[in-house]
Design a protein around this ligand. Structure first.
Ligand SMILES: Cc1cc2nc3c(=O)[nH]c(=O)nc-3n(C[C@H](O)[C@H](O)[C@H](O)COP(=O)(O)O)c2cc1C
Length: 340
């Protein structure tokens, strides 16, 4: 079989679930995945998720409508479970006839899943462990994303390779998309051969021509190697830090110092445990926007995954997708040749 035929065969499940040409997802990136980026992904044959982030329901409606003006192809919405107006955001997705919603930042309840499904929406979520994947399947989830700790943004503790072995052989009821550390057709081919329905990526698209991030953010991405994408450091188990992967910069140093100072003030009795925890938590508030919108890549959070080392120059979304697809086909052809 040709690489094209092999890819077509292995992509059937993912493409029919997503309604796309390729079984690839552009993962939502807060403050970045807007109508411009998502419509470009849809027009390039992959599935993008708009990041609802902390948009109001009407703000989300506007973003959905702007996306629809630029593409007739399917796209989805990423909703944060903890959003205070989650119900209103879900209603907007239903009213605007969004085909797929991914519920992020926690494990969604069966009620959240069934509300969206009753509204005609396919619902996805993240499964950071096998037990959670099984629970989500029981709750009626339509597909899962397993995202390893290599990824950019908020991360779990386990790598993609381990999650794939833990989850792919044991959950056959729904399509599973692999995320975290994917930036070449080699990994896409491997994921498909191992039974994934497709792959979700963020870092390979964040520096694209259509990405709305500041020029400084793009340059920082092209310059970085994999080891520069580090996770936030936690100074004390008493003060847990939500792990986020971003490029090493002054903000990381300042965060360690900030934690040290807050912990000292807590130990001297100048701050209560609650006050100290809040002060540590609030350090990164608004820092992604600082890097994305103002271009302050020293003091902001330049979220990126370890695969950033493979992103060396600006490409359009279309160019990246075509390159990934070509590499996938070539890898599949090589695998076939080796197995003959
Ligand atoms: C800058 C940036 C922001 C992100 N923001 C979000 C987000 O708001 N919600 C979410 O579910 N995932 C978010 N992610 C994760 C991506 O959707 C995607 O799953 C991840 O980037 C895949 O791993 P990779 O970075 O190795 O490609 C973000 C990733 C990056 C790089």
């Amino acid at each position: 079989m040709s690489g094209q035929e092999l890819l077509k065969k292995l992509s059937e499940k993912g493409c029919s679930f997503l309604g796309t040409r390729y079984p690839l997802i552009g993962g939502a990136m807060a403050s970045i995945s807007n109508h411009q980026l998502i419509s470009s992904m849809a027009n390039a044959g992959i599935f993008g998720f708009l990041a609802a982030g902390f948009l109001s329901p009407e703000g989300l409606r506007e973003e959905i409508r702007k996306t629809k003006e630029k593409t007739a192809k399917p796209f989805g919405v990423n909703l944060i479970i903890l959003h205070p107006e989650l119900k209103g955001l879900m209603d907007v997705c239903i009213e605007e006839k969004i085909s797929h919603v991914i519920l992020a930042s926690g494990v969604p309840s069966p009620e959240m899943i069934s509300k969206l499904k009753e509204g005609g929406i396919k619902v996805l979520s993240f499964a950071p462990a096998l037990a959670i994947a099984k629970r989500l399947v029981k709750s009626g989830i339509d597909a899962l994303v397993i995202e390893g700790s290599e990824s950019g943004g908020h991360i779990g503790p386990v790598s993609s390779l381990v999650l794939m072995q833990e989850i792919l052989p044991y959950v056959k009821e729904v399509p599973i998309f692999v995320a975290g550390g994917i930036g070449s057709g080699m990994m896409i081919a491997m994921s498909l051969v191992l039974g994934a329905a497709g792959c979700q990526m963020g870092t390979v698209f964040v520096g694209s021509t259509e990405s709305p991030v500041h020029e400084n953010f793009k340059k920082a991405i092209y310059r970085a190697s994999s080891r520069h994408a580090v996770q936030t450091t936690q100074m004390s188990p008493v003060f847990p830090v939500i792990p986020v992967r971003s490029l090493e910069n002054k903000a990381h140093e300042k965060f360690s110092l900030h934690q040290k100072q807050v912990i000292e003030r807590y130990e001297k009795g100048e701050l209560s445990l609650e006050e100290a925890r809040i002060q540590i938590e609030q350090f990164w508030a608004g820092s992604l926007r600082k890097a994305v919108c103002e271009g302050d890549v020293d003091n902001g959070s330049v979220m990126a995954g370890q695969i950033v080392g493979l992103v060396k120059k600006e490409e359009t979304i279309g160019q990246t997708v075509e390159r990934l697809v070509d590499e996938t086909k070539k890898t599949l052809e090589n695998m076939q040749r080796m197995l003959k």
